[in-house]
Design a protein around this ligand. Structure first.
Ligand code: AMP
Length: 547
C-alpha cells in the first residue's frame, strides 16, 4: 500500500474542497451571527499561513499560540498553523496569570493570536513573555492596552488581507508536532501534551465513527467545550473530515445566550462538560425554549450525573457520556450501549458508564500492588491506556529530553491515567474516582463520585461535591458540600436519609460532615476543584455541621 502521511493539511484541503458548503456559525451577541463556509474558512487559512510566513517570519516548528474563544478565526488558526509545519499552541484563557506566563515561556511561543476581548488578560503579561515577538489581534476590543509594548502588534483582518490565495503546503512527516496544549496542572507545573499530525488524523476518524460522535454534514454541532481544552474534543478537525457544520459560541457561554443560540441556529449536537449543562438545564426549566433540534449531547470531562441524563431524556435529548483526558486527545471511551442492551433495563446502566473502549485505545487496570486486575466489572484499579492518539511523554522544550514521570507512565510506556475504576468483561469503563480523590475510610474505599451522583439526584440539590477529610478514627471520611436550589427546604438529615433510602449508599459510607456552599469551586476547565475544598476545610473556612 502507499505510504501517505496522515496530516492536518489533508483535512484542510479535503474540508475546503469536498465540504466547501458546510458552515461555521459564530455567535456575535448581535442580531445576526457571523456565518462562513468551509470554503471561505479554508481560503482564509491559506492567507493566514502566507501572512504568518511572509510578514511574521514563522518558520519550521515555531510555536504560534492562540488566546481565543471558539470562533471561525480560531478554526482558521487550527488548520493554517499545523499545515505550514508550525505548531498551534492553544492557551487556556481561564488560567491564573502566573501559570499562563509560565506556559507561554515554556513552549517558547513566538506569536500569539488573541481575541480583542481578551487583551486585558494578555497585555499585563507581555513584559514577562520572553519569547513572544508578535501579537495578532482578532475582533473587537480596546487595543490601547498594547501601547508601549515591545511586541509588534497586527490586526488579524489587515494581516491576512491581500495575501496570496494559494500556499504550497509542505509534505510533512506525519509524526511531526501539529498542536499542543498544557494540562491544567493541579499539582506542580502544568504539563505540555503535543499532538502529532498522525494522532490528530486518526483521532478524527475515531471521533467521526458511528460508535463515537457519529456526526455528518447533515449535523450542526454546538461546540461549547473550549478550543483550548484538548482541541475542543477534536470537533474542528473531525468537522473538516466529514463536513459537520459548527456553531461556535465565542464568548457567550452563559445559559441564556446558549439557550438562545440553540433555539435560533438549531444544532443537532452539542458538546460540553456537566457544569455547563447544569446551568443550561436550570435556565430551560425556568424559561422553556424550543431545543427540539438537539438530538444528541456529548458530555464528558467529569462524570455526568445519572440524574442529568434523566433530565435530558425528559427533554427528548439523548446524552452520550464519554471519558477522556488531555493526554488521550481526548476521546478514550464513549458510552454507546451494546445492541443486546438496547430497549432493555440494562440500557441505562450502560449509558451511565464512562463508555466502551474503541479498538484504538488499549486498556488495563493496575491494583495497588502493581498487579493486573481482571475485566470483571468489580475489581477496581488505576486505569492505564495506550494507543496511537495517547501521549507517550510530556513536552520538555526543544533541547531537553521529553518527560516521562514514573507516576504518569509505566515502565513499558503505558499512560497512567490517575483514574480509578472497573472495566466490564465487554470493555465498558466505570470510573469511581480520581486516584487522589478516593476516600480511604478504615481501609475501605468510598467513591466520592457515587456520593455526588446520589446527592445530585435529590430535587433540592443543584450541585454536590464530596471530598476526603482527615478523621481520627477512620483515617478519612467524606465531607459533603452541597449547593441547594433556590427555595429548597431539604436539611442535612433528610439528605443523608435520601442517600441511604433512594441512593442505595451503604450505611458506613454515609457522610456525617455536611456543609452548604453557594457554588462548588471550579478548575479552569469547569471541573469541581476538590483541592480548593480540602484547603478551605483545613483552614476552617467552611461552616461544617456534624450529624
Ligand atoms: P483533562 O485533561 O483536563 O481533560 O482532565 C482529564 C480527567 O477528567 C480524567 O483523567 C478524568 O479524571 C476526568 N474525566 C474526564 N471525563 C470524565 C468522565 N466522563 N467521567 C469522570 N471523569 C472524567
Amino acid at each position: 500500500m502507499q505510504d501517505v502521511p496522515l496530516t492536518v493539511t489533508r483535512l484542510l484541503v479535503h474540508g475546503t474542497l469536498v465540504h466547501g458548503r458546510s458552515r461555521i456559525t459564530t455567535w456575535t451577541g448581535e442580531d445576526e451571527p457571523q456565518v462562513r463556509t468551509f470554503a471561505e474558512t479554508g481560503a482564509r487559512a491559506v492567507r493566514l499561513a502566507n501572512a504568518l510566513r511572509d510578514e511574521l517570519g514563522v518558520r519550521d516548528d515555531d510555536r504560534v499560540a492562540t488566546l481565543m474563544w471558539n470562533n471561525a478565526e480560531h478554526v482558521e488558526a487550527y488548520f493554517a498553523i499545523p499545515s505550514m509545519g508550525a505548531v498551534l499552541h492553544t492557551l487556556n484563557l481561564r488560567l491564573p496569570a502566573a501559570q499562563l506566563t509560565w506556559i507561554v515561556n515554556h513552549a517558547a511561543d513566538r506569536v500569539i493570536i488573541v481575541n480583542g476581548s481578551l487583551l486585558p488578560l494578555l497585555a499585563p503579561l507581555l513584559p514577562d513573555l520572553t519569547t513572544v515577538e508578535h501579537v495578532v489581534v482578532s475582533g473587537p476590543g480596546d487595543r490601547s492596552a498594547l501601547d508601549g509594548s515591545a511586541v509588534r502588534v497586527h490586526d488579524y483582518e489587515e494581516l491576512i488581507a491581500d495575501r496570496p490565495t494559494t500556499y504550497d503546503w509542505p509534505e510533512l512527516d506525519e509524526r511531526r508536532a501539529a498542536a499542543m496544549c498544557y494540562t491544567s496542572g493541579t499539582t506542580g507545573d502544568p504539563k505540555g501534551v503535543v499532538f502529532s499530525h498522525r494522532s490528530i488524523y486518526l483521532h478524527s476518524l475515531q471521533a467521526n465513527a458511528t460508535e463515537s460522535m457519529g456526526l455528518t454534514d447533515r449535523d450542526t454541532s454546538l461546540v461549547v467545550v473550549p478550543q483550548f481544552h484538548v482541541n475542543a474534543w477534536g470537533l474542528p478537525h473531525a468537522s473538516f473530515m466529514t463536513g459537520i457544520n459548527l456553531l461556535m459560541p465565542d464568548r457567550f457561554l452563559q445559559p441564556v445566550p446558549l439557550a438562545e443560540m440553540i433555539e435560533r441556529v438549531r444544532p443537532t449536537h452539542a458538546a460540553a462538560v456537566p457544569t455547563i449543562w447544569q446551568g443550561l438545564l436550570a435556565e430551560l426549566t425556568a424559561r422553556p425554549r424550543d431545543i427540539s433540534s438537539l438530538a444528541q449531547v456529548t458530555i464528558g470531562g467529569s462524570a455526568c450525573p445519572p440524574s442529568m441524563m434523566e433530565d435530558f431524556d425528559k427533554l427528548g435529548v439523548r446524552v452520550c457520556h464519554a471519558w477522556g483526558m488531555t493526554e488521550t486527545s481526548p476521546l478514550g471511551t464513549v458510552a454507546r450501549p451494546p445492541a443486546h442492551a438496547i430497549g432493555t433495563d440494562e440500557e441505562f446502566a450502560y449509558r451511565i458508564t464512562q463508555g466502551r473502549f474503541p479498538a484504538g485505545v488499549e486498556a488495563r487496570l493496575t491494583g495497588p500492588g502493581g498487579e493486573r486486575l481482571p475485566w470483571d466489572g468489580e475489581s477496581a484499579g488505576e486505569l492505564e491506556v495506550r494507543g496511537p492518539w495517547i501521549a507517550g511523554a510530556y513536552y520538555n522544550g526543544p533541547d531537553a529530553e521529553p518527560l516521562r514521570p514514573a507516576d504518569k507512565f509505566s515502565e513499558d510506556g503505558w499512560l497512567k491515567t490517575g483514574d480509578v475504576g472497573t472495566i466490564s468483561a465487554d470493555g465498558y469503563l466505570t470510573l469511581t474516582d480520581r486516584a487522589k480523590d478516593v476516600i480511604k475510610s478504615g481501609g475501605e474505599w468510598i467513591s466520592s463520585v457515587d456520593l455526588e451522583n446520589a446527592l445530585m439526584a435529590h430535587p433540592d440539590v443543584a450541585e454536590a461535591a464530596v471530598v476526603a477529610v482527615p478523621d481520627e478514627k477512620w483515617g478519612e471520611r467524606p465531607l459533603a458540600t452541597v449547593v441547594l436550589r433556590e427555595g429548597a427546604t431539604a436539611d442535612f438529615a433528610s439528605l443523608r436519609a435520601f442517600l441511604a433510602d433512594e441512593g442505595g449508599v451503604a450505611k458506613w459510607q454515609l457522610p456525617e460532615r455536611w456543609t452548604i456552599v453557594t457554588a462548588v469551586p471550579k478548575t479552569s476547565v469547569g471541573k469541581f476543584d476538590k483541592k480548593v475544598l480540602r484547603r478551605q476545610y483545613a483552614a476552617g473556612d467552611l461552616d461544617v455541621t456534624r450529624l
